[in-house]
Design a protein around this ligand. Structure first.
Ligand code: SF4
Length: 372
């Protein structure tokens, strides 16, 4: 089989340390006369203690640190762009080992430090208002690539920086890459890792019923957010093409099952597109769907995206939509917009950077933050 130039270069890059499984690492340590417990020690440095180089791991023998640096890289992803908005939101553009680009965001609010992370390069769901899905799905992220987003974001915080929440709402459909996501979240939840409990982690989905049920059966306390965006199948399929196969009924049944199994109230997300799904009649239909369910509705007024023909709803239609839901006794909130000056809507920064994917001469240098 022919190997392309790009594949060869990918293989020559040092392997990210966090990619190694326990057996491989134990064998590597044994070959160097080191005990297996070093593996945990090194992971703790990278995940729990914020080290960005092996050199910082001062309780390891110098020779081991040098061998680690020769054979591995602490991170397989690198920051190529760092934007910071006036409200303190940070957005990072990360370059992966195969030179794909992904985004992740750090949102600060009161005492919360929330990381919003991606699970795929691109997205196959094709939601019509979303920049991430415009070029379709490139590939799933590995669990290490998901975990490293959290570490890069945590490392932006002054010591002893600590993330308090995770929302899996960046690029990609999280439930389409569930195994890798769960591995990454397990590492994030470890006491000697990032110590972020499942109740502080929100997993968002356009609604893959079988995967929602699987998530429910895990016995974890993750919070589930299901993107509805329309109160009937005809309109929903226009907005989320994959709805044609799933349909609202199955998604809502799966969401009910999630609540029964976990006891956790489900959030229904609804992006309001001016003139498309923000009418009073649609609000009443949505209220009919949600009434009687243990659920909450998050309304997200659309952020204009260059190249997309949708617009923000007017203040009047937003107020009327909220009023109709409240009249029906539905718990509803409008999601606050953070980081509006830094292309914080999913996929916008990556899209604007795509022509600047690093050249063949090597990987780019880490970026300094640009405050915009
Ligand atoms: S909104 Fe989410 S699921 Fe839909 S295309 Fe964008 S990234 Fe994919």
């Amino acid at each position: 089989m022919a190997t392309s130039v790009e594949d060869t270069r990918h293989c020559e890059l040092p392997r990210p340390f966090l990619d190694l499984n326990t057996e491989v690492l134990a064998a590597w340590l044994k070959d160097r006369g080191e005990p297996a417990m070093r593996s945990r020690q090194i992971r703790r440095w990278l995940i729990g203690r914020g080290a960005t180089s092996f050199d910082q791991m001062t309780d390891l023998p110098l020779a081991l640190r040098q061998q680690l640096a020769a054979d591995f890289t602490p991170f397989g992803t690198s920051v190529v762009q760092h934007l910071q908005s006036r409200d303190g939101t940070h957005k990072l553009l990360l370059c992966l080992r195969d030179r794909q680009l992904i985004e992740c965001v750090l949102i600060g609010e009161d005492k919360r430090r929330t990381a919003c992370i991606s699970t795929q390069v691109g997205c196959g769901m094709g939601c019509v208002f979303c920049a991430s899905g415009l070029n379709g799905l490139e590939r799933n992220l590995t669990s290490t690539e998901i975990l490293e987003q959290l570490l890069h974001l945590r490392n932006l915080l002054p010591p002893p920086g600590r993330l308090t929440h995770i929302v899996v709402m960046g690029m990609g459909e999280p439930l389409a890459n569930l195994d890798s996501l769960l591995d990454a979240l397990q590492a994030a939840g470890a006491k000697d890792g990032l110590d972020i409990g499942a109740r502080h982690i929100t997993i968002s989905t356009v609604g893959l019923p079988a995967k929602i049920r699987r998530l429910a059966d895990l016995g974890k306390q993750y919070h589930l957010a299901v993107s509805l965006h329309a109160p009937d199948d005809r309109l929903r399929t226009r907005i989320i093409p994959t709805n044609e196969k799933t349909g609202l009924h199955d998604i809502l049944q799966a969401a009910d099952y999630f609540f029964e199994r976990t006891g956790r109230q489900v959030t229904f997300e609804y992006v309001l597109l001016g003139g498309v799904n923000d009418g009073l009649g649609q609000a009443r239909l949505l209220a009919d769907l949600i009434r009687g369910r243990h659920a909450h509705v998050n309304l997200i007024p659309f952020n204009d995206v260059p190249g997309l023909p949708y617009r923000r709803p007017s203040d009047e239609s937003l107020a009327a939509f909220i009023g109709a839901l409240k009249e029906s006794g539905i718990s509803v909130k409008v999601r606050k917009r953070k980081g509006s000056e830094i292309d914080a809507a999913c996929g916008q920064l990556r899209r604007s950077a795509l022509p600047q994917i690093p050249s063949e001469s090597g990987r780019p240098e880490p970026a300094s933050p640009a405050v915009v």
